[in-house]
Ligand binder design. Structure first.
Ligand code: ADP
Ligand code: MG
Length: 701
């Protein structure tokens, strides 16, 4: 039976090698199973007929009854087309064909009542349908059994080979007809009955050929349940296996270095949230299990301090620690902050980045090996190149939500006894999304900002109001404050974006002329040394304004900066805007974020800007982002954790189901960690089918 589903679609009647190749290329469909899992994206109610008077180009797909009143051609050369006037008692529309015109004229004749099906458009004020589907009314009434007709995604190339949504529906129907047994169930029976799910067999039938909306809903739920359940089960199982396989270093002491820092060097007291998170981390570090923890906290919530204290615990127990940042600028900044905070504690901290000189590297290599180096700070280079620690006990990864499951796995695989890992992120992610994005991690949250922070005031201005904004900036500079001006830089429009950056820079330089004002710039085309010089000018307070692209997005800490101007703010995503805004408001004075946009904005852009003006709660912003945009980037990142495209569920919209199935997977693994019980046999075999060939990191047993 399984074999039947694995049959190559070449052998399906009406397909053959050429179309099979095309279906694979265009939709990734190779087997009968793939076709059955090519789900409709919507259903058309074929019992509903529009009258011609009702037609508008905004309606997606319509069905009209009427008569062809005669053919004629319009246009010249490539635009030449066959037109038919199509009429019912309420009016006339044009049916248009660019291809296959002879056949059309021969097939569809006047005085037969037809049903025309397609997407209405409009040209010169007259409604038309281009390349409609046409069928004689008589035939349709005798044939259509299901009122709701499934619509499938196809592509231009497929349509050119006459594989339309209707063709796919036929293929699927014919596979279902050939089935001689029920489609084998992929969930254990106790889940089906316990959660009142449709069987897989029924769900597959009903999703393609439903008889009503309720049935569609039940089928969709069952299929989403299954898809998400296996993703969560896979993540949790991986976590279970890992924790059984790897013993963690035990950091049992909180010793001299930690205490000396805590009592002598810490300039403020910890927030309650920081204390709680430190407790969670210490519990992990002393447990004998390897820590894999995610630390979520909004910008400015004080994650660096938590990182530092965790590293001190590692050192007090005789281990080395490293801290990895996504950019050189940030690595530098961490290095400086941490050196400053550790003054007089007697800890050897070094910085290693792509631009470190050979002699320094050599020196670092030696001190790593003889264990005289305690903390190494740097960029990706830290783990990817031949950096050999003597005794690495803790790895901290900062601001790296792009550091996916696969990359983390590389860290574990580096040694039989992998270090503890703490991943820090300032991108608040809705809980259910985090469950999957970081499904293999435990999560800690800092949900409190250090006291005395004044929330940033956010304002939205359009280009015509620019002079007002400049006036405001001038006042802030007079008060001794500093200003960020950020321009978008997107690869696809890089040239234009650099042009805008240049123009912006010119304008600002004119409005704020030297020598009275000092303006500096940072962008991606500068060398690291140039960037460093520019940043320093600003950091040390010599420059009043820093003009930059998004390189400053993450982490840069300049407490005296009070205004963040974001140019073309409509082009940024919400989470990016939130990150950028987090660069100000780090001191105790009122800070401002100014969103500059053109005065022509899409509805969605307006909604985004409104949220920014209304709230500074990172989680609320993340939820809104998810609602407006779908998980977008984040979902892309997820692909490192999920080796296939989701067919029916959405990580953004199906949060409730994710939470539900994760709990279920959790309790199954609690009772049967290796899935050895007979009733769970199907789970193991499905996991194997879905994941093992495509994903090396799940094979670590
Ligand atoms: P992020 O979480 O964005 O990395 P940082 O660790 O850079 O935040 O901290 C932001 C600022 O808040 C730093 O200047 C840091 O010294 C300060 N800070 C951190 N913890 C506290 C605290 N408990 N009380 C007061 N200030 C703090
Ligand atoms: Mg930080």
């Amino acid at each position: 039976m399984q074999y039947f589903l694995e049959t190559n679609i070449t052998y399906l009647q009406g397909v053959g090698p050429k179309r099979a190749e095309l279906l694979n290329q265009e939709l990734g469909i190779q087997t009968f199973r793939d076709l059955l899992y090519h789900f409709p994206y919507r259903y058309i109610d074929r019992t509903r007929y529009y009258t011609i008077a009702e037609l508008e180009p905004d309606i997606p797909l319509v069905q009209v009854k009427g008569y062809i009143k005669g053919y004629y051609t319009e246009g010249q050369g490539k635009g030449k087309r066959l037109v038919a006037d199509f009429q019912d008692e309420t009016g006339t529309i044009k049916l248009i064909w660019f291809k296959g015109t002879k056949w059309i004229m021969g097939t569809y004749v006047p005085d037969v009542e037809y049903i025309v099906f397609g997407k209405p458009g409009v040209f010169n004020g007259i409604v038309n349908i281009i390349h409609p589907e046409i069928e004689a009314l008589e035939k349709v009434t005798t044939r259509i059994s299901s009122a709701l007709q499934a619509q499938y995604n196809t592509t231009e190339k497929l349509k050119n080979q006459f594989i339309t949504s209707k063709t796919l529906s036929k293929f699927i129907g014919s596979i279902l007809k050939q089935l001689r047994y029920r489609i084998p169930e992929t969930l254990p029976s106790y889940l089906i009955s316990g959660h009142n799910l449709m069987s897989l067999h029924d769900a597959i039938h009903k999703i393609h050929f439903p008889s009503g909306n309720a049935e569609i809903e039940r089928a969709r739920y069952r299929l989403k349940f299954e898809e998400l359940f296996y993703i969560e089960l896979n993540l949790l199982r991986f976590k279970t296996i890992r924790s059984r396989k790897y013993k963690g270093f035990i950091f049992s002491n909180v010793g001299e270095h930690f205490n000396s820092f805590y009592y002598n060097n810490l300039p403020f007291s910890l927030t309650e949230a920081q204390k709680r998170v430190m407790k969670e981390i210490r519990r992990d570090l002393g447990s004998g299990r390897q820590m894999n923890r995610l630390l979520q906290g909004d910008v400015g919530s004080g994650k660096t301090l938590v990182a530092l204290m965790s590293m001190l615990i590692a050192i007090d127990n005789g281990y080395q620690a490293c801290l990895m940042a996504p950019t050189e600028i940030l690595a530098n900044q961490h290095y400086n902050t941490i050196c400053q905070m550790l003054e007089g504690i007697g800890i050897n901290v070094r910085l290693l980045t792509g631009s470190s000189k050979k002699s320094i590297r050599k020196d670092i290599d030696e001190s790593l090996r003889d264990n005289s180096l305690n903390i190494l700070i740097g960029t990706h280079a830290l783990i990817e190149e031949n950096v050999i620690f003597n005794n690495l006990g803790l790895v901290i990864i900062d601001e790296q939500h792009r550091f996916g499951v696969a990359q983390r796995a590389r860290l574990w695989e580096k040694s039989a006894n992998p270090p503890h890992i703490l991943v820090m992120t300032a991108t608040p992610i809705p809980r259910t999304l985090a469950m999957t994005l970081y499904g293999d991690l435990d999560v800690s949250v800092i949900d409190e900002l250090p006291p005395g922070r004044v929330p940033v005031k956010t304002m939205h201005f359009t280009d015509p109001e620019r002079n007002k904004v400049f006036g405001f900036i001038r006042k802030q500079i007079d008060e001794g404050r500093q200003i960020f001006v950020v321009f978008p830089l997107i690869q696809e429009s890089e040239k234009m974006d650099y042009k805008n950056l240049e123009d912006g820079w010119d304008t600002i330089s004119r409005v704020f002329p030297a020598p009275k004002y000092c303006i500096t710039i940072v962008h991606g085309k500068m060398t690291p040394a140039e960037k460093e010089t520019s940043m320093r000018l600003f950091k040390e307070g010599h420059a009043n304004i820093l003009v930059s692209t998004t390189v400053i997005e993450v982490g840069v800490d300049i407490p005296n900066a009070s205004v963040m101007v974001i140019e073309s703010a409509e082009r940024f995503g919400l989470s990016q805007l939130h990150q950028l805004r987090g660069r100000v408001g780090r001191g105790n004075d009122q800070s401002y974020c100014i969103l500059m946009t053109s005065d022509k904005l899409s509805k969605e852009a307006i909604a985004r800007l409104e949220v920014m003006v209304r709230t500074s709660d990172g989680f609320e912003i993340a939820e809104t982002d998810l609602r407006l945009r779908g998980p977008g980037d984040i979902e892309g990142t997820l692909q490192s954790g999920i080796p296939f495209d989701l067919k029916i569920a959405s990580l953004g919209k199906d949060g409730q189901i994710i939470e539900h199935v994760r709990n279920i997977a959790d309790s199954i693994l609690a009772k049967d960690p290796m899935l050895k019980n007979e009733e769970n046999f199907v789970l193991l075999s499905e996991l194997g089918r879905l994941f093992s060939s495509k994903q090396s990191w799940s094979n670590i047993s």
